[in-house]
Ligand binder design. Structure first.
Ligand code: AMP
Length: 249
């Protein structure tokens, strides 16, 4: 089985994001960038499938600027076999990413694509679903458990009412939720080995994909700051505030 894992380079989750003064977006210069945490979980799951002997090859792919090579190298250090960078300096929308991946699937013919459920910069939660629709493949999103079956996978998903288990046949698209696994840290020897693994670079034009944007960002603003809380003296004080100030009881 061949697995394709799309990984996105995003602002590191520990960074306090700042809005640009002209409200056109968020500040990216001199900001630490890392692999999107849900993509790390996707790479980890693919590596575990390889370790179990279910997968033969793992290809990580990123669509982004030249620096996204670092993100791909992280995936290679975690255990992926080779990388592909689709290099572009423009911000690509989820539909554009899905179309690029669709074109890449024709070339690479993977059996399984594991993506993050969401990128933490745009919080889109769209790419996996769009990709499955474009390919006409089955999809199991928000996976918290993935088990191999004879024809594909049983995927347990976290939904509002609890857990749902879907059976998907190969080829299929799976997107990862937070509790699927705990991604490993790449060891120093594996980071060194990753430098020797193959990494190909392509331009979106080579895949013949139309990336013209369908949406425009009008304005980015900070969320409204939250009011400070108050400490209550005792239960009576709390009940009094809930009754007379919050008026919720
Ligand atoms: P999104 O739909 O933007 O929330 O992203 C969901 C998932 O799609 C991410 O976790 C990645 O696996 C994949 N993805 C989105 N954008 C990119 C990108 N530029 N390069 C590679 N993978 C991406």
């Amino acid at each position: 089985m061949k697995i394709l894992v799309p990984v996105k380079r995003v602002v590191d989750f520990n960074v306090k994001v700042r809005v640009k003064s002209d409200h056109s977006g968020v500040e990216l210069s001199n900001v630490k960038m890392s692999m999107n945490p849900f993509c790390e979980i996707a790479v980890e799951e693919a590596v575990r499938l390889k370790e179990k002997g279910i997968a033969k090859e793992i290809v990580v792919v990123s669509i982004g600027p030249a620096q996204a090579q670092e993100t791909i190298r992280t995936g290679l250090a975690m255990g992926a076999d080779r990388g592909i960078l689709i290099q572009t300096d423009v911000a690509v929308e989820p539909l554009g990413v899905a179309k690029i991946l669709q074109a890449l699937v024709k070339k690479e013919t993977p059996d399984l694509i594991i993506l993050g459920k969401q990128s933490i910069d745009g919080d889109n939660n769209q790419t996996g679903q769009m990709l499955a629709a474009l390919l006409g493949w089955g999809q199991a999103t928000f996976a918290s458990k993935v088990e191999k079956t004879d024809t594909g996978f049983n995927v347990t998903r976290e939904i509002d009412g609890g857990l749902e288990t879907l059976a998907v046949k190969l080829p299929c698209v799976i997107t990862t939720d937070l509790r699927l696994n705990e991604p490993r840290y790449a060891s120093l020897p594996n980071i060194m080995k990753a430098k020797q693994k193959p990494l190909a670079t392509m331009k979106p034009e080579e895949l013949g994909v139309d990336l013209s944007p369908r949406t425009a960002v009008l304005k980015v603003t900070e969320p409204a700051s939250r009011k400070a809380g108050v400490k209550v003296k005792d239960v009576a004080d709390l009940v009094g505030k809930l009754k007379n100030e919050a008026k919720v009881i």
